[in-house]
Ligand binder design. Structure first.
Ligand SMILES: NC(=O)c1ccc[n+]([C@@H]2O[C@H](COP(=O)([O-])OP(=O)(O)OC[C@H]3O[C@@H](n4cnc5c(N)ncnc54)[C@H](OP(=O)(O)O)[C@@H]3O)[C@@H](O)[C@H]2O)c1
Length: 292
């Protein structure tokens, strides 16, 4: 599996498996474990979760049941808004406990909360020094948030996980991260899961330009979008429950997009978010509790 080398030397598989709302939002049962095991059997080794997804236990059970050596897996989790600041170390410990792991590969600040960023990041730096996590990163951070962290960080963020798909190409943020050697990971790469309530007809996966490229390359629309990211060295974490989708998203070799194809996808940008906007997300995030 191809990897991206993070700025601290850690290798992250370019393709990961998104786990938000497998089944339903915060569902944490055997169905979630089975879905993750299916992904593992197809070859996925990188899994993206978060305390607020409420399914770390199901992922932990899948890791155990799979029998895969821990070092073959790459596990990411995130600290939620209500856990930031002085709660961060305890939140991390709870994530580890639910996952039944003794270390994480990547720990992210889920959303920027500038008033807490310094305390949160410093707690994360301590976890990093204690080797409880192999890499630290950000999610949904704006340029101003990254500038803030640069004023005190002793451990540089390795990546920024942001909403990125053909309708929200985030060109400026991608350039900014590239310049600062911060890897970009794309959430909702296919235009979001069931949690968003967005209809399939409104997602880039059904855009005529994408569908035409899929026909041209003899692959599916999802594969075109994922390849568009991977060819530009962006990490992608598509979520899928159907076996066909899980399998298709893993098959990204054997075709190559041309520069023209990439430019055609880039031109679909309409700065459209399916998820929350970092400018306003914290007000609603703080109402959302992390389940035990
Ligand atoms: N950091 C953050 O703030 C943040 C926010 C949102 C998400 N995320 C992460 O990003 C991951 C991915 O985002 P997401 O879950 O919103 O959605 P997504 O990966 O963009 O799309 C998932 C949806 O696309 C469908 N799908 C998957 N593969 C397909 C294919 N090959 N062809 C057609 N349809 C396909 C899935 O259907 P089925 O499930 O029915 O197969 C599901 O409805 C999340 O699971 C989570 O890990 C992070």
């Amino acid at each position: 599996m191809t990897t991206v080398t993070l700025n601290n030397g850690v290798e992250i598989p370019e393709l990961g498996f998104g786990t938000a709302a497998i089944g339903e939002w915060q569902q944490d049962n055997g169905y979630v474990t089975e879905t993750i095991l299916k992904a593992m059997s197809i070859g996925y080794r990188h899994f993206d979760t978060a305390s607020v997804y409420g399914n770390e236990r199901a992922l932990g059970r899948a890791i155990k049941d799979s029998g895969l050596p821990r070092q073959e897996l790459f596990i990411t989790s995130k600290v939620w808004d209500t856990e930031q600041g002085k709660e961060t170390a305890a939140a991390f410990a709870r994530s580890l406990e639910r996952l039944e792991l003794d270390y994480l590969d990547l720990y992210l600040v889920h959303w920027p909360v500038p008033a807490y960023t310094r305390e949160t990041w410093q707690a994360m730096e301590k976890l990093y020094e204690e080797k409880k996590v192999r890499a630290l990163g950000l999610s949904n951070f704006r340029k101003s948030d990254i500038e803030q962290i640069a004023t005190f960080a002793e451990v540089k963020p390795t990546c920024n996980q942001i909403e990125l798909h053909p309708y929200l190409t985030q060109k400026e943020m991608v350039e900014y991260c590239k310049f600062h050697k911060i890897a970009v990971a794309c959430w909702s790469p296919l235009g979001s899961g069931s949690w968003s309530g967005v209809e399939t007809k409104d997602k880039p996966i059904t855009d005529p330009v994408i569908v035409e490229l899929a026909e041209k390359h003899g692959v599916s629309a999802g594969q075109i979008i994922l390849k568009w990211n991977i060819q530009q060295h962006r990490i992608v974490i598509p979520k899928a429950e159907s076996l066909d989708h899980i399998r298709a998203n893993f098959l990204l070799t054997g075709f190559e997009l041309s520069e023209e194809d990439i430019a055609a996808i880039d031109s679909l940008n309409r700065d459209h978010r399916f998820g929350a906007d970092p400018d306003t997300a914290h007000d609603s995030n703080k109402q959302v509790q992390v389940p035990e």
